[in-house]
Design a binder for this molecule. Structure first.
Ligand SMILES: O=C(O)CCCC[C@@H]1SC[C@@H]2NC(=O)N[C@@H]21
Length: 617
């Protein structure tokens, strides 16, 4: 970004506000570390004594997958492409009952603290290993972008280079992730969510004051062609339509809120299933409110720059810097406001990264290192070493995420990049859990083949080849100061045609459809479909390969404990376990019980038997 825009926007009061946010977050962790039961019992440390209230958990659920990416990315989306994206939130709402009434009851019945533990019990250790590898890949790529996002903001309003910004955010996040128990995690999430809302409302309020009201923002957006809510095109190559947003959004939601380790763990902190279901339902309006506000903030930013687009005029190097630029331009004379904005952006990323690093370390230790060590040395890793190894792994993951963060610059839009990652990895992962909970005939060979096949196809379509640049809405640099305009007459800029008629610079998006045929059809598909492709390929391969394998090798049907299946599937499984005279048989399972810390690190492992009288289920 051009230095003239940034230097001096961040004053003493801004640093005070930002530091205050970090100190308060850390203090909450320290408070819970030294009060109550001092986090000595797993029950308190892991489950918050199961006495957490529904509302904070609902907010925490929202905060786990709403980071700085949403605040910067969704506002940019609305500025650049219009408002159609808001429809995705309906997709999230429609998918909520699936998560609440199909997937969640299974995790609740098992009280499994690790989502992948379910897959080991249902299919076997190989499925667990493969899915946790996929999960690690997803989280590392996602964390890279989560770390990159606040760095853009910091660079934009302070002038600090991206390198320094990424390093400082990464170090703060890694440090922060070591603090507190589950209660602290949830309470800091609530505090940080409030700051995220504050950052967004700051932009809306300042934007409205500057242009003369909320109605004026709406009017300018309408005139600029930004208001679009009704794209129902059946063409799957159209970037955002009702179909792609509702279906793609719904499946993305399930992959994140129904089967992702972070969310399953949060939901199990509540006393009973009903409370967890209520928390899921409540998190949706909170999430939607933040999303819609952020979308409107994008329009507020448009109302300032509609006749002098900062990206085209060269003031910013990435459209994701629009919101920080707006804040720097409009709030620098108000001490503390830029600091409050950056604190909100930081908060979004802190609440997300803090949960991820240690759970990545835990997955690596438990699922990869321990089995390998056992195989080589014929004994377990000594318990007194595992703590150190976990911390080392967390640090290594922090560094890997930092490295990914440096490459995020080339992803072309943080929002689309993160949803692409959620799609290509989350779709197949959701597919495996669906095979497990909804398809009693599915077996391990099918599940693993499905996962691998789904990942290969989804990655190939998502990252395999060149894609047509997305069609953006027209922008103008009509009112830009002449010196900030870097173009000559009748030139082109990316996909834009630039004309200099009547001494103005009006930039229209060129019609890309004529060139679209140059690209392979599957590469032209909207990124919103990747999650469905990954999901259905996994299910299809999983069922076909599983069935073929069991036919060829005459394998026994997989274990038929009804508790391993979604509630409405259980009755079919129960039939298979009931005797013909109507009496019940006992189903006995041996489950591996892993106790995790609030961030996901495995504290201890034991094997327990689980007995159920099937007739009672
Ligand atoms: O913010 C993130 O860390 C990841 C991006 C999440 C995007 C989804 S799309 C549906 C929901 N509504 C939003 O505004 N953001 C999330």
């Amino acid at each position: 970004m051009d230095a003239e825009n940034n230097n001096g926007a961040f004053g003493t009061w801004d640093y005070v506000v930002l530091s205050l946010m970090l100190i308060i977050s850390a203090s909450i962790g320290v408070y819970y570390r030294f009060t109550g039961g001092k986090q000595k019992t797993t029950q308190e440390y892991l489950h918050g004594d199961k006495d957490l209230s529904v509302i904070p958990v609902a907010v925490s659920l929202m905060a786990s997958f709403m980071s700085a990416i949403t605040i910067l990315g969704v506002s940019t989306e609305n500025y650049t492409f219009g408002t159609q994206f808001v429809v995705i939130n309906f997709g999230y709402g429609i998918a909520t009952p699936f998560a609440a009434y199909c997937f969640l009851p299974v995790f609740f019945k098992m009280q499994a603290t690790s989502a992948y533990q379910y897959l080991e019990i249902r299919f076997g250790a190989t499925t667990r290993l493969c899915t946790s590898l996929a999960f690690s890949l997803q989280m590392v790529l996602y964390m890279g972008i989560v770390l990159y996002a606040p760095a853009i903001a910091l660079e934009a309003v302070t002038g600090i280079s991206k390198t320094v910004a990424i390093l400082s955010v990464g170090i703060v996040c890694t440090f922060y992730s070591t603090i507190g128990g589950m209660k602290a995690v949830v309470v800091t999430d609530v505090f940080q969510s409030l700051l995220m809302f504050a950052a967004v409302f700051l932009v809306i309020i300042k934007g409205a004051i500057d242009v003369g009201g909320l109605g004026e923002i709406w009017r300018i957006a309408k005139e600029g062609g930004r208001l679009e809510f009704d794209n129902t095109s059946p063409d799957p190559t159209v970037r955002h339509t009702w179909w792609s947003l509702i279906l793609g959004g719904g499946f993305t939601y399930c992959s994140l809120y129904a089967v992702n380790q972070t969310q399953v763990q949060r939901l199990l902190t509540l006393r009973d299933l009903r409370r967890s279901q209520i928390a899921l339902w409540l998190s949706w309006p909170v999430l939607t409110l933040l999303s819609l506000s952020t979308s409107f903030a994008g329009l507020a930013i448009y109302s300032k720059y509609y006749n002098c687009d900062p990206l085209t005029s060269g003031r910013i190097s990435s459209s994701d810097q629009l919101m920080p630029l707006f804040v720097g331009d409009t709030m620098r004379e108000f001490p503390g406001l830029c600091g409050l904005f950056v604190a909100g952006i930081f908060s979004g990323s802190l609440s997300t990264v803090s949960s991820a690093l240690n759970s990545l370390a835990a997955v690596t230790l438990e699922d990869y290192l321990k089995p390998v060590y056992l195989k080589i040395y014929k004994k377990s890793i000594p318990e007194n070493r595992t703590g150190f190894i976990s911390k080392l792994l967390a640090l290594l993951y922090g560094l890997v995420c930092l490295a990914i963060a440096f490459t995020s610059e080339h992803l072309g839009g943080i929002l689309q990049a993160s949803l692409t990652i959620f799609g290509v990895v989350g779709g197949p992962l959701l597919g495996v859990f669906t095979l497990g909970m909804f398809c009693p005939c599915a077996n391990e060979v099918g599940a693993v083949s499905g996962l691998v096949g789904g990942l290969i196809i989804a990655f190939w379509i998502g990252f395999g080849g060149p894609k047509p640049p997305p069609l953006t809405l027209p922008v103008s640099i009509e009112s830009c100061p002449v010196e900030s305009n870097t173009f000559g007459s009748n030139s082109t800029f990316g996909d834009f045609e630039i004309s200099t008629e009547n001494s103005t610079f009006l930039i229209e998006a060129s019609n890309l459809s004529s060139n679209d045929d140059e690209y392979f059809y599957l590469y032209r598909l909207s990124y919103m479909w990747y999650v469905l492709i990954g999901f259905f390929v996994t299910i299809l391969i999983g069922l076909v390969v599983g069935w073929t394998y069991s036919m060829f090798f005459k394998t026994k049907p997989p274990p038929s404990d009804p508790n391993l299946f979604a509630p409405f599937v259980r009755r079919f499984v129960r039939r298979r376990t009931s005797k013909s005279d109507g009496s019940s048989i006992e189903v006995k399972n041996y489950i591996k019980v892993e106790k995790l810390d609030p961030r996901g690190a495995i504290v201890s492992t034991s094997t327990e038997s689980l007995k159920q009288d099937v007739s009672l289920l």
